[in-house]
Write a protein that binds this ligand. Structure first.
Ligand code: G3H
Ligand code: ZN
Length: 283
C-alpha cells in the first residue's frame, strides 16, 4: 500500500528502528526494492532524485512507483530526494509523491528555515510529509555537490530552533557521513547524534549510508536514526553484476536476460540493508 513518509517515519521513531530509503531510476530497480521489502515484511521508502525524474520522466516514474507501491503488501512511500528546484517540488506534489525532501543546505540558516517552511505550508495540508536538511553533507549525490572542506556537522542548538520554527516532519542531520564512494573510513559523530535525538525527540535521517560499516549503521539506528538513505551501494551492485554478466555471457543480447542478475543483486543489497535498519517484520 502507498502511504505518506510520516506514516512510516513516526512508527519507526516510536518503535526505535530505521527504514531503508532506496533510490530508484526505473522499473527494474523499483521492482527489486519492493520485492525485497515484501520478502522482509518491511516498510520501505522509495526515493527519486531530481535527475532520476529528468531521466525517466515525472509521470512515468510516478506511475511506476505509485502502481507498484499500491499493489505492494507492505507500506511504501514515494519520496523526493534532495529537492532543490521549486518547480520540480511542485510537480512532485501534483503527480502524487507522498513525501518531499527540501534540501536548503546550500543556504544560510535563516534562508534554509524560511524556504523549508514555505514548502511545509504547501505540502503538509496536501497530506505530504516534508524532510529538511541542516548542516551540509559532503560528497556527490546527483546534482548536489559539496566539497569536503565545505561539509559542516549539524549544530544541536540550531537543530532545535529549526524544528520549533518550521515544524518539519523529519530532519536529515550531518554527523560525518558523505554521499558517494568514501575516500577512507567513515567517521561518525555518535555523540552529536545522541544529543540531537534527545533534544529533538523526532524522526531523524542519515544520508550517505552506502559504504558505512554494518556496526556503525546499527549504532546510529540505536541512537535514533529512523531513515537510512542508500543509493551508491545499489548502483555499484548493478555495475558489478552487469560487468560480470557481459564478460561471462558476451553473446546474450536480450535486455531482459541481461537485467535479471543486476536486478537480483540490487534486491539482495536492499534486503541486507533492511536487516541492518531493524525494520524486518515491521510492516
Ligand atoms: O540522498 C541519498 C543518499 O544520501 C544516498 O547516499 O549514495 O552515499 O548511499 P549514498
Ligand atoms: Zn542524500
Amino acid at each position: 500500500m502507498l502511504v505518506t513518509g510520516n506514516d512510516i517515519m513516526q512508527k519507526a521513531h516510536e518503535g526505535g528502528y530505521a527504514v531503508g530509503a532506496f533510490n530508484t531510476n526505473n522499473l527494474e530497480m523499483t521492482k527489486a526494492i519492493i520485492e525485497a521489502a515484501e520478502e522482509e515484511k518491511a516498510p520501505v521508502i522509495i526515493q527519486t532524485s531530481q535527475s532520476a525524474i529528468a531521466y525517466a520522466g515525472i509521470e512515468e516514474l510516478a506511475m511506476i512507483v505509485r502502481q507498484l507501491g499500491e499493489k505492494a503488501s507492505v507500506p511504501v512511500a514515494l519520496h523526493l530526494d534532495h529537492g532543490t528546484d521549486w518547480k520540480v517540488i511542485m510537480q512532485c506534489l501534483r503527480y502524487g509523491w507522498t513525501s518531499i525532501m527540501f534540501d536548503g543546505s546550500k543556504y544560510d540558516f535563516s534562508k534554509n528555515m524560511e524556504l523549508t517552511k514555505k514548502v511545509i505550508d504547501i505540502a503538509n495540508p496536501m497530506g505530504v510529509s516534508v524532510e529538511a536538511e541542516l548542516g551540509k553533507i559532503g560528497g556527490v549525490e546527483d546534482q548536489v555537490r559539496v566539497l569536503s572542506k565545505d561539509a559542516t556537522m549539524t549544530d544541536p542548538d540550531e537543530a532545535e530552533e529549526f524544528v520549533n520554527k518550521t515544524g518539519v516532519d523529519f530532519l536529515a542531520i550531518a554527523i560525518g557521513t558523505c554521499h558517494g564512494v568514501y575516500q577512507g573510513e567513515p567517521d561518525l559523530d555518535f555523540e552529536r547524534l545522541d544529543v540531537i535525538k534527545k533534544r529533538l525527540n523526532m524522526p531523524l535521517v542519515l544520508h550517505g549510508a552506502s559504504g558505512v560499516p554494518e556496526e556503525d549503521i546499527r549504532k546510529a539506528v540505536s541512537l535514533g536514526i529512523n531513515k537510512v538513505n542508500i543509493d551508491t551501494d545499489l548502483r555499484q551492485a548493478f555495475q558489478r553484476n552487469m560487468h560480470k554478466f557481459v564478460q561471462e555471457q558476451p553473446d546474450v543480447y536480450d535486455p531482459r536476460k541481461m537485467l535479471a542478475p543486476t536486478t537480483n543483486a540490487i534486491k539482495e543489497v536492499v534486503k541486507t540493508k533492511i536487516k541492518m535498519c531493524g525494520s524486518s517484520n515491521k510492516a
